[in-house]
Design a protein around this ligand. Structure first.
Ligand SMILES: *[C@@H]1O[C@H](CO)[C@@H](O)[C@H](O)[C@H]1NC(C)=O
Ligand SMILES: *[C@@H]1O[C@H](CO)[C@@H](O)[C@H](O)[C@H]1NC(C)=O
Ligand SMILES: *[C@@H]1O[C@H](CO)[C@@H](O)[C@H](O)[C@H]1NC(C)=O
Ligand SMILES: *[C@@H]1O[C@H](CO)[C@@H](O)[C@H](O)[C@H]1NC(C)=O
Ligand SMILES: *[C@@H]1O[C@H](CO)[C@@H](O)[C@H](O)[C@H]1NC(C)=O
Ligand SMILES: *[C@@H]1O[C@H](CO)[C@@H](O)[C@H](O)[C@H]1NC(C)=O
Ligand SMILES: *[C@@H]1O[C@H](CO)[C@@H](O)[C@H](O)[C@H]1NC(C)=O
Ligand SMILES: *[C@@H]1O[C@H](CO)[C@@H](O)[C@H](O)[C@H]1NC(C)=O
Ligand SMILES: *[C@@H]1O[C@H](CO)[C@@H](O)[C@H](O)[C@H]1NC(C)=O
Length: 500
């Protein structure tokens, strides 16, 4: 090997291996089939406040793309089923869309994935036939713009693409879809794009009460299922469904394609027959899901495999047709309050902090802005506290007692503390996406009096809760990454030796 080549080789190898070091990620789907949602700008603030770093939208709405500009949030955008036919027929349609609807907002808005059609096998009018040609045309358009390495192209599926999913080792694609699935799998393998699947243990449980236990659907490992062919032990249905897909891919010899879960979740309300659709179950499902995913534990067939998962959905969507549960998958109500608390770190306790002992004990604590937060995080959190957080921010207005010192940290501290005291003085209420810290010294000064548990014994609303610090700034190294780091070090050493 020539020296230059060797260097380039080593560097690109290292970069490729480091690419594996991201760990699994949790994102949230931002469906907008509702007439009462906050504006995209407000939604972008809410998303940032909760430290959600990955968001899936179903189209390429310009207001949404603009709202997420410079937020650092990675967006998955979509070409809808209705656009598949024109996108498949003419390259120029894909080119024009990219030029007019995407490029003006890129890269300020961090678009990383484009889904071409969604769950086409469930859609009417046989749109499946258009999906692969449309994917190819979008990829060609991206290549012309030099973005084919930065933006991935794929398409989402329901578990209905499989004709068998139990036991997982018998997972197989429904052969009636082969006419478009086979070229799609070739496309995905060639372009290192993931196979996207929407997975709903909720439906499996609801539609098969007798055979599926609620615990199994909710990741409560009390119930276990053994795959008789492989001997693999399944403690939850999510893993079993993913593995069914792995085995289906392997049966067709597509061993390199990764899986991405583009939707999963649990509804909080349903029709009278849907007894499992409750806030408690939704909280348990999503809490356990987040822990399971961020732990990089993989599945029984692919232990340690990283898996990116998008939770459905950000908001309850009142215009969705169908039974009651359809409109109740949200983590948030349209007024931006939480339907239930969800800890995106995967570390917190499961219980909902409704009351705190702090208010009843003698110890008093306050919540102020952390000096480690960025200005942007502080500003977002301050705006949120004084807006949706319902804090009275009069005291930090000009000429009011807490206006001076006129700086962000001081104003944020005042607002954070008021929110904290009004919401039970719990850990969660002082989180602000990692921007708040609790202190035991009264921050009041001069005429600026900070609210305290003693000055306000009322424990207010328990609906608004902030998830705590970022799940994404985890400091543990995922296993896949760890081994690739060792491998990379080893190879670099070898190269060094052979060079010397
Ligand atoms: C859909 O279109 C494909 C390709 O044109 C065809 O092979 C398939 O039979 C059609 N399926 C249905 C249900 O019409
Ligand atoms: C396979 O797909 C076809 C067409 O959508 C459907 O009619 C059939 O029931 C499916 N078979 C299985 C086993 O799911
Ligand atoms: C339950 O499992 C049995 C045996 O595995 C199977 O025959 C039956 O069809 C299943 N019932 C449902 C509703 O899935
Ligand atoms: C990760 O998950 C595995 C299996 O579910 C569990 O045994 C392990 O304790 C978890 N590790 C952490 C750090 O949560
Ligand atoms: C509150 O404190 C009391 C006394 O310290 C303790 O017995 C009780 O378990 C605590 N309650 C909660 C919810 O932590
Ligand atoms: C807490 O306050 C009560 C009355 O306000 C007092 O009697 C008690 O001694 C205090 N306890 C501690 C540990 O300070
Ligand atoms: C940040 O806050 C901590 C704890 O409140 C304090 O010990 C530290 O000195 C502060 N650092 C700066 C740079 O102000
Ligand atoms: C205490 O909190 C409640 C609920 O937010 C609020 O309405 C009230 O004004 C507060 N009282 C004081 C003295 O701050
Ligand atoms: C607080 O929670 C309780 C029990 O979970 C519930 O009954 C009550 O409606 C909630 N309060 C508000 C303001 O939503």
């Amino acid at each position: 090997m020539g020296r230059g080549f060797r260097f380039i080789f080593a560097t690109s190898l290292l970069l490729t291996l480091l690419d594996l070091c991201n760990g699994s990620n949790i994102g949230v789907c931002y469906g907008r089939n509702a007439d009462d949602l906050p504006t995209p700008d407000k939604v972008a603030q809410l998303v940032q406040l909760h430290n959600i770093k990955y968001v899936r939208i179903y189209d390429s709405n310009i207001q949404v793309l603009k709202a997420f500009a410079n937020t650092g949030v990675e967006l998955m955008i979509g070409v809808t089923n209705a656009d598949l036919l024109p996108f498949s027929q003419f390259q120029s349609n894909a080119d024009t869309w990219l030029k007019n609807s995407i490029l003006p907002y890129y890269p300020a808005t961090k678009i990383t994935i484009i889904t071409i059609g969604s769950e086409v096998t469930e859609a009417p009018n046989n749109v499946s036939a258009s999906v692969v040609p449309a994917m190819k045309n979008v990829l060609t358009a991206l290549r012309k713009a030099g973005l084919h390495k930065k933006i991935k192209v794929s398409s989402t599926h329901s578990l209905g693409v499989l004709s068998r999913s139990f036991p997982p080792s018998a997972g197989a694609f429904n052969s009636s879809h082969a006419f478009f699935l086979k070229p799609m799998l070739e496309f995905l393998a060639e372009n290192q794009s993931p196979f996207m699947i929407d997975i709903y243990p909720y439906y499996a449980y609801r539609d098969s009460l007798t055979n599926v236990s609620l615990d199994y659907a909710l990741f409560k490992s009390s119930s276990e299922v053994i795959d008789p062919n492989t001997g693999l032990l399944y403690t939850n249905m999510f893993d079993a469904q993913i593995d069914a897909l792995y085995f289906a891919l392997m049966a067709l010899n597509f061993r390199t394609i990764k899986i991405m879960v583009t939707e999963t979740g649990w509804p909080t309300k349903g029709s009278p027959k849907e007894t499992a659709a409750t806030p408690d179950n939704a909280q348990i499902y999503n809490t356990n899901l987040i822990r399971h995913v961020l732990n990089d534990s993989g599945t029984p067939a692919k232990p340690g495999e990283e898996l990116d998962v998008y939770i459905f959905s950000l908001f309850n969507e009142n215009r969705k047709p169908g039974i009651e549960s359809e409109r109740n998958w949200g983590l948030f109500y349209p007024d931006q309050t939480s339907v239930y608390n969800l800890d995106f770190t995967g570390r917190g306790a499961l219980d909902t902090p409704t009351e705190s002992n702090i208010t009843s004990s003698n110890a008093t604590t306050w919540c102020i802005a952390s000096n480690k937060s960025s200005e942007r995080d502080l500003q977002n959190a301050l705006d949120w506290a004084c807006g949706s957080g319902n804090v009275d921010c009069t005291a930090i207005q000009p000429s009011q007692p807490c206006y001076e010192p006129d700086n962000l940290a001081s104003h944020a501290s005042y607002a954070f503390n008021s929110y904290y005291q009004q919401n039970g003085a719990t850990d969660v209420a002082c989180s602000f996406g990692g921007s708040g810290i609790r202190v035991d010294k009264d921050p009041s000064y001069d005429k600026c009096i900070y609210m305290s548990a003693r000055s306000n014994k009322t424990i207010a609303s328990n609906t608004t809760a902030i998830s705590s610090t970022s799940s994404y700034a985890r400091n543990k190294i995922p296993p896949a990454c760890f081994s690739s780091l060792i491998l990379a070090t080893f190879i670099l050493l070898l190269l060094k030796i052979s060079h010397a």
